[in-house]
Structure formats: C-alpha cells, structure tokens
Design a protein around this ligand. Sequence first.
Ligand code: SF4
Ligand code: SF4
Length: 241
Amino acid sequence: MAPALASDPISDAPAVPRERLEEVFADIQSHTLYDHELYGCLNCGICTATCPSAHYYDFSPREIVQLLWAENLEGIYDAMQEKIWACAQCYTCAARCPFHNSPGGLIMIMRETAIKHGMQSAKDVLRPFSRVLMKLIATGNQLAPNMITPDAFADWGPNIAKIDAPLNVLRKAIPVPTLHTMDTAWEVNIKTSIELYTIWEATGVLDQLEKIDENLFDVITDVMDEKRADYADWLEEQNAA
Ligand code: SF4
Ligand code: SF4
C-alpha cells in the first residue's frame, strides 16, 4: 500500500514515520546545490505568478519554497508525491525571484531525492519514458526521423501533411554526414557511447535507474555490455591491422 500523504487525515494507509520524513529532508538539505538555490523567502509569489506550470496545474513554486524554508517535513513529503512533477524546469522563477532563489532548482533536488528513495511517484512519472531511455542507451539518440510517421503524430492535424516529404532524400541533402541517418537522429560513434556509459555509471545515473525500474536497468545493462564487447573487438581489430 502506498504511504498516506502525511497531511491526509482520512487516508487508511499507514502514516509516514517521522524518521523517514527527517531522512528525506536531510537528503534534500545536504544536496551540494541546496544552499545555492535557497537564500530565504519573502512569500511574495512572484515565482508562482510567472510559472507556466502554475497556470495549468494545482502547483505553486512559492508553496514548495515555503515548505522548504519553514522545514515543513510533512508538507515536503506530500509535495514529493505529486506536485514536484508538475514543474517544467524552465527556470523562469529563478530569473524573477528577488531573493535569488531557484525554485526550479530546489524542485530538481526534490526529484532526485524522490528517485533516490524509490518513491512511487518517481516510478509512475518515469515509466512512460522507458522506451526513450532504451533508444538513448542503444543508439545515443532519443528520436529518429523514421519515428515521425502520420500514424504516430495524428494529433498534429493538418500539419501532418508536411511530414509526407521524402525524409530519406532530404536527410542526404544535409551537409553534415552524421545526419544522413534515418534510424537515429544522428550517427553516434561507438566510442562516444562507451564514454557516455562511463559517465552514467560514475555519476550514479544507473544506480538511480535501478532504484526506480529494475527490469529496465537489467535490459539496459545488457545492451551496454554488448556495446562494450563490440568496442573491445573493434579495438582488437585496429591493433591487429
Ligand atoms: S521563492 Fe522568491 S519569488 Fe518565490 S515567493 Fe519566495 S521570495 Fe518570492
Ligand atoms: S522552473 Fe518549474 S517552478 Fe520554476 S517557473 Fe519553470 S515550471 Fe515553474
């Protein structure tokens, strides 16, 4: 059963223990960037007034910053169950805040912490992106020209006619050879892919992925192992030549 929102008095789910609330907040507060993103808060609401997400969702960066500034542990935990995922990370708030806070940056820290703690909200939000992540790991790109089909983008309405162009021919007209591809947005050198894997490992990105989607993590590590084996073979061939 998912934990009760700490402030939900009518939920049947067990309340979140105080130790867990403290542990989550301690992780947020000890993030390297935390002191650079929060200097104080006037509660002026300028961030919320300029926030595009606040216009469409039940979401307010002012409220999030106030929760952190007041160290409202229950409120912080509650916000991590849904609200923090409404932010579009545009950082308009950071440019406007008279206190030089970065509400968007604070929300990014809270998201990282939600992932670190394997919160269900993080799993739910990131699940639809598993196909994108697979494509990124396998090819180095998220999207490819051959993914842009009228069927896949029916919501484009009449504009869909514009993508009936012969993309394979048009791509060849681009003066950059690495863009003459249809299966990937551009051609990614295998050495670059291996370097990216090393960065993802060293920075803990893969550990985070394992926390929120173990199956996807297993598939991705298999793909990485295969690519690394291909690269080792290629290096051996080069040395032998
Ligand atoms: S974070 Fe900045 S802009 Fe937002 S309410 Fe606080 S002081 Fe105002
Ligand atoms: S970064 Fe997030 S909170 Fe800040 S203005 Fe953009 S959407 Fe709103």
